[in-house]
Design a protein around this ligand. Structure first.
Ligand code: FES
Length: 179
C-alpha cells in the first residue's frame, strides 16, 4: 500500500476536466455508481480503494477523467489517487479489450496453480499482465485476492468468477470468449 504523502504542493482538483464534466452532464450511470460508493463511505479518503474498485467495475478501466472524478469526490490530490491506481495490479488505466480475464495471483491461488494458469494465458494470448491483445479482444489482468480463496485458483472471465481453474480450462474459456 503506497503511502503517498499529501504535500502543500499537491492540489485537490476542483474540476474533473472536460471529459468527466461532459459525462456528469449526461448523467452517466457509471459515474453515479462511483458517487453512490463515495456517499456510502461518507466521502472518506480511506474509502479510496473501494471507490476505485467500484469505478473499475463500472468502466472496466480507470482513465484520467474517472481518476479526477474520484479525487474530487474524496478531496484527495490526483497524485494520491493515481498512485494507488497504479500500485494495485487489479486496476488498469488502459481501455479493456472486448473481454476481460482477471487471474488471481493471491497466495491461496498461487500455491494451487494460479501462476501456471497465468503463464498459460500469457503464452496463448501473446501478451503480458495488464495488456490487451492487438485485436482488442482480450485484456489480461491479475488480482491479489478475489475473496474466493476456497475455490482457488480463481479466474474472473468477463466479471464471472470461476474456481479451481487449470491452464487448459482457462485457455478453452478464453477461446470460447473470443468466439
Ligand atoms: S488468493 Fe485467490 S481468491 Fe484469495
Amino acid at each position: 500500500m503506497p503511502t503517498a504523502a499529501v504535500t502543500n504542493a499537491e492540489k485537490t482538483p476542483k474540476s474533473a476536466g472536460p471529459k468527466a464534466q461532459k459525462k456528469d452532464k449526461g448523467g452517466d450511470r457509471r459515474l453515479k455508481r462511483i458517487d453512490v460508493t463515495m456517499k456510502r463511505n461518507q466521502y472518506k479518503p480511506d474509502a479510496l480503494i473501494e471507490v476505485l474498485h467500484a469505478a473499475q467495475e463500472a468502466f472496466g478501466y480507470l482513465d484520467e477523467a474517472v481518476l479526477l472524478h474520484v479525487a474530487r469526490g474524496l478531496k484527495l490530490p490526483l497524485s494520491r489517487v493515481y498512485g494507488v491506481a497504479t500500485f494495485y495490479h487489479l486496476f488498469t488505466l488502459k481501455p479493456s479489450g472486448a473481454h476481460n480475464c482477471v487471474v488471481c495471483m493471491g497466495t491461496a491461488c498461487y500455491v494451487k496453480g494460479g501462476g501456471k494458469v497465468m503463464e498459460a494465458l500469457q503464452a496463448e494470448l501473446g501478451i503480458e499482465v495488464g495488456e490487451t491483445t492487438p485485436d482488442g479482444q482480450v485484456s489480461l489482468m491479475a488480482a491479489r485476492c478475489l475473496g474466493a480463496c476456497g475455490i482457488a485458483p480463481a479466474v474472473v472471465y468477463d466479471g464471472e468468477i470461476a474456481g479451481k481453474q487449470q491452464p487448459d480450462q482457462a485457455i478453452a474459456k478464453i477461446k470460447e470468449l473470443q468466439g
